[in-house]
Design a protein around this ligand. Structure first.
Ligand SMILES: C[S@@+](CC[C@H](N)C(=O)[O-])C[C@H]1O[C@@H](n2cnc3c(N)ncnc32)[C@H](O)[C@@H]1O
Length: 477
């Protein structure tokens, strides 16, 4: 049962950012804009300032007209609102543009409520079910993503003045701005060669095409792809005490991702009315700060413990520092192993298949992977007359078995590294990367470099561990 592999894989982000109305103050706080692309972005920003500011302001006015308190002034029983919408933000490592973001308008303390939004302002499946435009197209059994995608497309078609969500839809990015890998063309995808992200991208694209076929009379593939780019990159799964809903939550969805953040979004469910003739109050979406934030600091939430591959596939960015980064490596069974049938039966009884994929992390071996490999590498002599199913694989079976496990792991990682083309020559001055490479190229290079690092670290750790085991055995002999 020799194993072979076939082979998924963000960085912390603090921010440098600008906000139209306080750009000078922020520029000073942020230490300037370092990259050429960031400078070019600022020039474009300056040109587009008036229109960008107008769309932001329309959104804020719309939210305020619906009772969402976003004013920098105190109101009746309301403190000044703590967040402000920034037109452009940058991640801290290479100054990559991260689009709009939310900043602390004033110092924020841990656990403070940052935003509170009534549910009826969100785009949800319930809203799609109530939409007269979608009658006959969306019903209770429609998938939640599909229902919201159709709602988004139909509302975008109505235009900013006619749609209830017009001011919100007007600030949503284009597919190209989000740039998830499933929207890349073949020449861009070439930069993902060797990465499991490529197979995930192709599979996602095929799924999107197949699902669009059913709705091709209602929208073009471009509209469909845009709606799903929006949903995958900003829909939030809201969990309350009794329900769970997927929603596009205006304003809250301007919060950018940091894998180090633990700010949280909750669904505060409204109590049932006391009398049946009373109106039912609306549920609310509330965001709380995970820590204190300084004035003008960007506020983050975590989109989940996502690998760079998942981030690039769904959100269009990868991070240099990402504690949740991993590379999926597949281990397969050798059919000429004398214990093949027994191992296969045991693997199936444990809910596994003969070809299993496990995430490889930079700093640890996943327990499930070790258990699977111990079982897969066990030999008749290590079984000492027992059956494959009789052994406990949660601990070391024997030194020989553990050495085989580490060797298999190292070989699988080496094979995965060989599948990447040789790394591109380094740009002489890293500041020039933004001039010579497109954003997609830079993101693909980030992804591949981060995956290679993980695989190489795993090989080094496996060799180190093998040497330790050999040394302990020699001492004991
Ligand atoms: C939920 S939206 C956040 C608001 C978004 N920046 C905007 O302008 O609408 C998610 C998108 O923001 C960007 N983003 C979020 N966090 C990021 C990060 N740490 N680095 C780079 N881009 C990020 C990506 O384009 C992602 O698809």
């Amino acid at each position: 049962f020799v194993l072979r592999e076939s082979s998924s894989s963000g960085g912390g982000v603090t921010s440098r950012m600008s906000e139209d109305s306080w750009s000078a103050e922020l520029r000073q706080a942020s230490g300037g804009f370092e990259t050429e692309e960031a400078r070019a972005f600022m020039r474009r920003q300056a040109k587009g300032d008036a229109s960008v500011r107008a769309t932001n302001e329309r959104l804020i006015e719309w939210l305020q007209s619906k009772g969402v308190w976003l004013s920098e002034l105190s109101g009746w029983n309301e403190p000044p609102h703590s967040l402000a919408l920034a037109t452009s933000t940058f991640d801290d490592v290479e100054g990559e543009d991260a689009g709009r973001g939310l900043l602390a308008r004033r110092a924020v303390v841990q656990d403070m409520e940052l935003v509170r939004m009534p549910r009826y302002l969100c785009m949800t499946k319930d809203a799609a079910l109530e939409s007269p435009t979608l009658k006959g197209l969306v019903n209770v059994s429609t998938n939640e993503y599909v229902a919201i995608a159709l709602l988004l497309i139909s509302e975008a078609e109505k235009g900013i003045l006619s749609s209830f969500w017009g001011p919100y839809i007007a600030v949503l990015p284009t597919t190209e701005e989000i740039s998830p890998t499933f929207s890349w063309d073949e020449s861009d995808l070439a930069d993902l060669e060797g990465s499991p992200c490529l197979a995930a991208t192709r599979s996602m694209r095929a799924k999107l095409r197949a699902e669009h076929a059913e709705f091709s009379h209602h929208c073009s593939f471009d509209q469909w792809e845009w709606a799903f780019s929006i949903l995958f990159s900003r829909a939030i799964r809201l969990t309350g005490p009794t329900k769970e809903i997927l929603a596009l939550v205006p304003y809250v969805d301007f919060i950018n991702h940091s894998p180090f953040s633990s700010s949280y979004v909750t669904l505060a469910e409204a109590p049932e009315p006391l009398f049946f003739w009373d109106d039912k109050p609306d549920d609310e979406i509330v965001v709380y700060a995970d820590r204190s934030y300084r004035k003008f600091e960007q506020v983050f939430i975590s989109y989940g413990p996502k690998s760079n591959s998942d981030l690039l596939l769904l959100y269009g960015f990868a991070l240099d520092r990402n504690p949740f980064n991993s590379v999926a490596v597949q281990f397969g069974a050798a059919t000429d192993d004398p214990l093949y049938d027994e191992k296969l039966a045991f693997a199936i009884s444990a809910g596994r298949s003969p070809n299993e994929t496990f995430p490889i992390y930079a700093d640890r071996f996943a327990d499930e992977m070790l258990q699977y490999l111990r079982m897969s590498c066990v030999t008749p002599s290590q079984l000492k007359g027992r059956h494959v199913r009789d052994l406990d694989y949660s601990t070391i079976v024997s030194v020989d078995n553990e050495l085989a496990v580490l060797d298999t792991l190292a070989q699988a990682c080496e094979a995965a590294i060989e599948r990447y083309p040789p790394p591109p020559p380094p740009v002489p001055n890293p500041r020039d990367r933004n001039i010579f490479l497109t954003r997609k190229q830079r993101m693909a290079q980030r992804l591949v470099a981060s995956e290679r690092r993980i695989l190489q670290r795993t090989i080094d750790a496996a060799i180190r561990k093998s040497n330790e085991l050999e040394a302990t055995r020699a001492l004991a002999a």
